[in-house]
Ligand binder design. Sequence first.
Ligand SMILES: Nc1ncnc2c1ncn2[C@@H]1O[C@H](COP(=O)(O)OP(=O)(O)O)[C@@H](O)[C@H]1O
Ligand SMILES: [Mg+2]
Length: 265
Amino acid sequence: MDEPLFYLDNVSFGYGAGEPVFRDVSLQIRAGEKICVLGANGSGKSTLLKILCALIFPGHGSFRFFGQEITEQRMEDDGLARDYHRRIGFIFQNSDVQLFNASVWDEIAYGPLQMGLSGEQVRQRVADVLAMLQIENLRERSPHRLSGGEKKKVAVASVLALNPEVLILDEPTSGLDPKTERWLTDLLLELNRNGRTIIASTHNLDLAHVISTRSLVLSEAHRLVCDDSTHNVLANRELLMDVNLIDEYCHFHGDHEHIHRYTHG
Ligand SMILES: Nc1ncnc2c1ncn2[C@@H]1O[C@H](COP(=O)(O)OP(=O)(O)O)[C@@H](O)[C@H]1O
Ligand SMILES: [Mg+2]
C-alpha cells in the first residue's frame, strides 16, 4: 500500500546529443493525488509528463511505477507496455496527434479493441463513455472535422474507455472555450474523487488552483525548483516571478504602491 505510484530518483533526460533537459529530478507521486506541473514555455513540462507515460525514458537515474523499474528495454515487452498504457492514460496537448480513426465511435473503440475485449464489451464501453461525456451526438462524426473543444472531449473519451487509474494531461485547457474548460475541470475533479490520480501540466495559475492540491514547479533552466502544496506555490510571488509564471511591475500613485499582476494563459 505504501509503494508510491511513480518514483523518480535522480532522473536525467536529454533529447539526442543535446544538453540534458533534466538533471537529477527526484520526486514521488502517490495514488489518488491531483498534481499540477507548472512552468513557463520550454521549462520541460511535456518532457516530464512523457517520462511518466513511458513515451520517453530517462538516460540516468531510476524511474519506477508501483515499485517496478520502467525502462525502454522492459517496455519492449508488449504485455507490459499494453498494461502500462491501459493503466496510465495520456491526453496530448494537441488532440490532432491523438485522433486518427474515421469516426468518433471507432476512435473510442480503438483502445478496448486493442485490449482484446469482446465485440459486445467494446460496444458497451463505448456507449458508457459516450453517455458519461454526453457526446452521443458525435458518434458518427469524423474526429478531424470537429471543433477544438469537441476533439478534446473525444480524446478524453478515448482514454477513459480504457478506464485508466492515472490520467496525465498536457495543458488540458489550452485553446478551450470557458464552458468546455469548466466541463473538463469538473470531470477531472470527479474522476479524482473516484480515486483516479490526476497529473496535469499548465502555465495557467487559475487552472492549477482549481484542479490540484500539489504543484511541481519547473524553472526555465529545467530544474524542479519547488514541490509543495498548490496553496503555498500560488502564494509565493517571488517563486512565480523567478520561473516567469507572473510578470508584475510596481509603480506609485502618490503614496500608494500599486501592483499590476499579469498571469499567462
Ligand atoms: N523532441 C525534442 N527534441 C529536442 N529538444 C526538445 C524536444 N522536445 C522538447 N525539447 C526541448 O526541451 C525543453 C523542454 O521542452 P518541453 O518539455 O516541451 O517544455 P514545455 O512543455 O514546458 O513547454 C525545451 O528546451 C525544448 O526546446
Ligand atoms: Mg509542453
